[in-house]
Design a protein around this ligand. Structure first.
Ligand SMILES: [Zn+2]
Length: 461
């Protein structure tokens, strides 16, 4: 047993002083939270630091970290750059990476996440085949690369196994999409079954399913994939309505919008997380709310790609739980993703304090944003984390109260300082399942991870 005692600890929706967190080392979970005098075990005093639940990144494609900074231009005489032209560049990168490269890029990506306070990543994994489009001898070869990367870096992972069948609604897969190809439903479900057993061999890994989108998965796949997830007790994540063209092609083919299609197929329930949900109608927001489904916003990616704004006010009013994701890895900073959800609404509506919750005659933002950053992501990925409570996973981070950006913060204002102003460089320590993986901003394998990542970057570009 160990007891972590910080100056301030975020528990039950507020920062509190004088309390400790007792960790059960055998299970990696929080045993008790309360006054230090009532807790047992070796005591670790975290002076000048605040303790919070680690952040949950519910939507990541780790290999896309390799294109950061390389797509921020366009040919002088081309049509305007957008999601679709970015996607062509992303495909080009995806086609160059070997299995070893995918491991090295994932390690760097997960290291950056840990340093930014992310303790769980939902990895939406759609690289299935080799560079030529041929199935590996082991169909889970690349899944194992990212699982090993997560294990070696020390981050918790929910590996979301992607189904990718078509190149658009009713369209053939394009040659540039050959690495993603999962053409047969029974083979895909068999791989899911095998993956469910495989993840148990990795520390802190579980799995889920990810029918890529209505663009990439035929309607008739939705029900059997969701039914498999229900029987296996795992989450279902799906890109939904990131682009207007997707909504339009869905409506043209099926006579309904993407979330309406999920509802019509009987697959929209509390296991489902709609990634992006940028272009959703009021009717679709109501469907999400009724199903207790989640939305994963990825605002640092959505602003990079010019996708549009999340209908955050409507989702908030309907009590739809929103989570965050780093998606394309244009930026890896959960604090930035959280705050953009609020700040984008302020810019759109020309008002302040939009997504708040009421306590003691005040409407405040920070508790809502912290739930998006931790508790909602954990629930979406079906892990028992996201809060400092007895019985939860001991996935924890500290913030440096001596950092200049937090100067002037009090117990009552620290949550607002963190969620709406502070940079991720304030994060000092990280524990996953009770094991410290970042201490004073240092990770023991950082030099090797960055050196190998640089070599991949030099070779593929
Ligand atoms: Zn995505």
């Amino acid at each position: 047993m160990r007891v972590l005692e910080a100056d301030l600890t975020y528990s039950n929706g507020a920062f509190q002083s004088g309390i400790g967190v007792e960790i059960d080392d055998a299970s990696g979970t929080i045993k008790r939270v309360g006054p230090v005098s009532e807790l047992g075990g070796e005591r670790f005093r975290l002076r000048g630091r605040a303790l919070l639940p680690g952040f949950v990144n519910a939507h990541s494609h780790s290999f896309q970290r390799i294109i950061r900074g390389r797509t921020q231009w366009r040919p002088l005489r081309s049509a305007p750059s957008d999601f679709w032209s970015w996607r062509d560049e992303m495909y080009a990168a995806a086609l160059t990476l070997t299995a070893d490269d995918i491991y090295d890029v994932a390690r760097l990506c997960f290291l950056e996440m840990l340093l930014a306070g992310t303790t769980t990543v939902g990895e939406f994994h759609y690289l299935q085949r080799d560079e030529s489009g041929t199935t590996y001898v082991d169909p889970l070869e690349l899944h194992k690369c990212v699982l090993q990367a997560a294990t070696d870096v020390g981050i918790r992972m929910v590996l979301l196994n992607c189904a990718y069948v078509t190149g658009g609604v009713g369209a053939q897969l394009r040659w540039t999409q050959r690495r993603f190809n999962t053409p047969e439903l029974d083979v895909y479900l068999r791989n899911c079954e095998e993956l469910k057993a495989v993840v148990t061999r990795y520390a802190h890994a579980t799995m889920g399913v990810a029918p890529h989108s209505v663009r990439a998965v035929p309607r008739e796949w939705l029900k059997p994939v969701a039914e498999w997830a229900r029987s296996a007790g795992v989450p279902v994540h799906m890109h939904i309505a990131e682009q207007l063209a997707e909504v339009e092609s869905c409506a043209a083919a099926y006579g309904m919008r993407p979330i309406e299609l999920l509802a019509a197929e009987g697959v929209l329930d509390s296991r489902v997380t709609a990634i992006h949900a940028t272009h959703t109608s009021a009717h679709e927001v109501a469907l999400l709310a009724r199903a207790r489904a989640f939305v994963c916003a990825c605002p640092t990616t959505e602003r990079d790609l010019g996708d549009g704004f999340l209908p955050a006010s409507s989702l908030h009013a309907a009590n739809v739980r929103v989570t965050i994701g780093s998606d394309s890895q244009a930026v890896i900073d959960p604090l930035e993703d959280m705050r953009l959800i609020e700040y984008h609404e302020r810019l759109r509506r020309m008002e302040r304090v939009v997504l708040g919750s009421a306590t003691n005659e005040k409407v405040t933002i920070a508790p809502t944003l912290l739930k998006m950053g931790s508790a909602h992501g954990a629930a979406s990925l079906q892990i028992n984390g996201g809060a400092i409570e007895a019985g939860r996973e001991a996935d924890l981070i500290t913030m440096d109260l001596d950092d200049i950006t937090l100067s002037g913060a009090t117990r009552d204002t620290l949550d607002a300082f963190i969620t709406l102003s502070a940079p991720a460089t304030c994060i000092k320590d990280v524990w996953v399942a009770g094991r410290q993986v970042v201490a004073d901003r240092q990770h023991k394998n950082a030099a090797d991870i960055t050196m190998r990542y640089r070599k991949v970057g030099e070779r593929v570009w």
